[in-house]
Ligand binder design. Structure first.
Ligand SMILES: [Zn+2]
Length: 731
């Protein structure tokens, strides 16, 4: 049942934010202050190197500036950690029960009891998330007295981490894992593509790709925090990152297209399994492996390879099921459970061809789910954090004002908390953060955290409370006005997306998918005037009047967002990088506003020049022309400066996109089928590609040339004229 925005959990009613929201909360009157004098005591089952202990120590250190003392003698106030099987969630499945914990807060003691190590770790995350500054400004924190019993509704809670078109730095990946674990994610499904240095096929890994040793380090780092890395190696489609290399072109289903490999070619499996094996070796201790399998548009098209004959016999869906079965055989022998996108072209009739025990990561329909259940295949509830929109997810606003729909946050709630997959006892949830449009990782956390939260506890909170609690926990209790920042950025991204004309793409339509048109964002620049009479066919201000009006509203939003972000940059202690990234996004939109204003002003200069010709004020006309060119050049220079700032900010946490490392250069060949904005350019330039393609600099040059020609033809003011004075027209 939908939860109204006006509902309020007991914790928030007491002024405490918690995401996920604990399942059973019994609060008592009074708060317990916690300060640096508190000790941490490891009780039953908690070894000195226990991760919950380490996490608590780190968390308290970050608050009090020094780690808490271990032990706790007579009279000392203690946070006691212990593991006592069966403390909470009795009767649930073992995998769920192991994640359960109890948090008791009394006047002078805090006790976290996990059913198992994972549960204890989650209890500590809840404790750290609840801490809020105690009144009086002493620097002490406080917790609400009472008892929390908590365990997850769904066993597996995945964030989908997509690095198709960028690579985060090693430390940034670790930070992502720590934060995901704090929101009680226990799997990072990593669409790693070419960001892994495959040793047997060194062409595939992009320059700077993570080595096997680095992957092992990340996998161990994650596992210690009860997070499994689940590598994705796509197949048979979405393989442009492999098939773009001439060495692998022979494996293409269609020689003219780098998107898909031939599933009838034995060498396809040799390559895929070699890639699987390296990633399996680099992620020891992880249980799952994702084999992709979405959008196989050309499955069965190949004639000579035998695919066409197979499709005629068992259909494209049957072929896909065979492909998954084949991959599963290999992965099972390596001890991994297969996860796939079990979608079109498979239908319920194809499901019996699939091996039991695999996991479908994307709920399709009741009919398919029934088939999956009969086949012994469990499912994940799939919900994307973002669609295809550039810059920032549509958390609050439907991307298309013509078709009103709930924003992403509400859609995630509807899908995860009470969607149609629920009755089929899903294994877990998967919150996708696609890299297609090239958004920054920091923009996904609100959706990831909220979705993970409803995977843990579908009963609460409401989407509105989730947003508020997220901002309190993610940005810290000092943060103010952050929900408004997310709303503003959402609105700004919507403005930017619609602040262009759409022209047929220079790339042409998608290969063999002419029903899937491609567009480029562009604007018509003011006309360069005729050098004879400076007729400029003025149109820009009239044609774009409504857009220019929206741009002024966006300018106000940019200003408000920037002010809030700058204020918070001086307040918050957590996740400050997100604030910088958000400022850079507001900056990019602001730059587009500046460009629109510049084009409007430039046309007004051209209009004035034209009027001057009518009044035979040639000198003044030339000045207007020069100003128009100067305005255009200024806008281009501003754009490049904005972009340089954005790049510097984004690349604090990312490698330089498309970089060369140790003499290895990045081979940039676009996907022949997909047209992901982030794939438009090897570097971050895709973010300013539409603005650059306006050609403001070239426009200014053409204007200079027209002005020079005008000067040649009209070297002087006409004699006997008083500029601006009265004159009688002929006739
Ligand atoms: Zn084939």
């Amino acid at each position: 049942m939908p939860v109204s925005a006006s509902t309020l959990t007991d914790l928030l009613a007491r002024g405490y934010a918690a995401l996920p929201c604990p399942r059973e909360v019994r609060l008592e009157p009074g708060e317990t202050p916690l300060d640096e004098s508190w000790c941490v005591y490891s009780g039953d089952g908690v070894s000195r190197d226990n991760m919950a202990l380490e996490s608590l120590s780190e968390g308290l250190s970050a608050v009090f500036g020094k780690p808490p003392a271990r032990g706790g003698g007579r009279g000392a106030k203690t946070v006691r950690l212990e593991i006592v099987p069966g403390t909470v969630a009795a009767g649930t499945a073992e995998a769920i029960s192991a994640q359960g914990y109890r948090l008791d807060v009394t006047a002078d003691a805090v006790r976290v009891t996990g059913n198992a190590p994972a549960g204890l770790f989650y209890g500590v995350q809840t404790l750290l998330g609840l801490l809020r500054p105690a009144p009086g400004g002493s620097g002490a924190m406080e917790l609400p007295r009472g008892r929390i019993d908590d365990w997850p509704d769904r066993e597996l809670r995945c964030i989908h981490y997509d690095t198709k078109h960028h690579q985060d730095r090693l430390e940034a990946v670790k930070s992502m894992i720590v934060r995901a674990a704090a929101f009680k994610a226990n799997a990072v499904v990593w669409e790693i593509e070419d960001k892994f240095a495959y040793e047997r096929h060194p062409q595939i890994g992009a320059p700077g790709a993570f080595t096997a040793a680095e992957m092992k380090e990340l996998a161990a780092f994650a596992l210690r925090r009860f997070v499994e890395i689940v590598p994705i190696v796509q197949g048979p489609s979405h393989l442009a990152f492999v098939l773009k290399h001439p060495e692998f072109a022979a494996l293409r289903e269609d020689q003219a297209n780098n998107y898909m490999l031939c599933p009838s070619n034995e060498k396809s499996y040799e390559l895929l399994f070699a890639m699987y094996d390296e990633l399996i070796d680099a992620t020891p201790g992880c249980r799952y492996f994702h084999v992709g399998t979405d959008e196989p548009y050309f499955l069965g098209d190949g004639v000579d390879c035998g695919c066409r004959a197979r499709r005629e016999k068992i259909g494209a869906g049957g072929m896909m099921a065979e492909f998954i079965a084949r991959c599963t055989e290999h992965l099972k022998s390596r001890g991994r459970t297969v996860i796939c996108w079990g979608e079109h072209p498979m239908t319920a009739v194809d499901v019996p061809r699939l091996p039991a025990g695999i996991v479908n990561a994307v709920f399709q329909s009741v009919e398919m789910s029934e088939a999956y259940r009969r086949q012994g295949i469990r499912e994940l509830i799939y919900s994307p954090v973002q669609g295809a929109r550039p810059l920032f997810p549509e958390y609050f606003h439907s991307p298309d004002p013509a078709k009103p729909a709930p924003g992403r946050l509400e859609a995630i709630f509807n899908t995860v908390a009470h969607g149609p997959a629920r009755p089929f006892d899903p294994l877990g949830v998967l919150l996708a953060g696609w890299d297609d449009a090239g958004l920054h990782l920091e923009t996904f956390w609100l959706g990831w955290a909220a979705g993970l939260s409803w995977g843990w506890n579908p009963a609460a909170p409401s989407p509105a409370e989730a947003a508020a609690s997220f901002c309190r926990t993610f940005h810290g209790p000092e943060a103010a006005g952050m929900v408004e920042v997310y709303r503003l950025l959402d609105r700004l991204a919507r403005f930017w997306t619609g602040a262009w004309d759409l022209a047929p793409s220079r790339r042409g339509p998608s290969y063999q998918r002419r029903w899937h048109p491609r567009f480029d964002r562009t604007l018509s620049l003011p006309r360069v005037p005729d050098p004879e009479n400076l007729d400029n066919g003025s149109f820009f201000n009239a044609r774009y009047a409504a857009l220019l009006e929206r741009a002024e509203a966006a300018a106000a939003d940019c200003q408000r967002a920037s002010e809030l972000l700058l204020e918070n940059a001086g307040r918050v202690r957590r996740n400050r990088h997100a604030l910088e990234v958000f400022l850079s996004i507001a900056g990019l939109v602001e730059d587009h506003v500046r460009t629109l204003r510049a084009l409007s002003a430039a046309e007004r200069e051209l209009d004035a020049a034209r009027a001057d010709v009518g009044n035979v004020r040639y000198g003044s006309a030339r000045e207007h022309l020069a100003r128009a060119a100067q305005i255009a050049r200024g806008a281009a220079a501003d754009r490049e400066a904005t972009f340089r700032n954005l790049r510097a900010t984004w690349e604090k946490s990312r490698l330089e996109k498309g970089c060369s490392v140790d003499g290895k250069t990045f081979l940039h060949v676009q996907d022949d089928t997909k047209n992901h904005p982030a794939d438009w350019t090897p570097d971050l330039g895709y973010l300013v590609k539409p603005a650059r393609e306006l050609g403001l600099e070239a426009w200014a040059e053409r204007l200079d040339a027209a002005a020079a020609e005008f000067e040649k033809r009209h070297p002087k003011e006409q004699k006997g004229w008083k500029p601006g004075g009265d004159f009688a027209e002929d006739g």
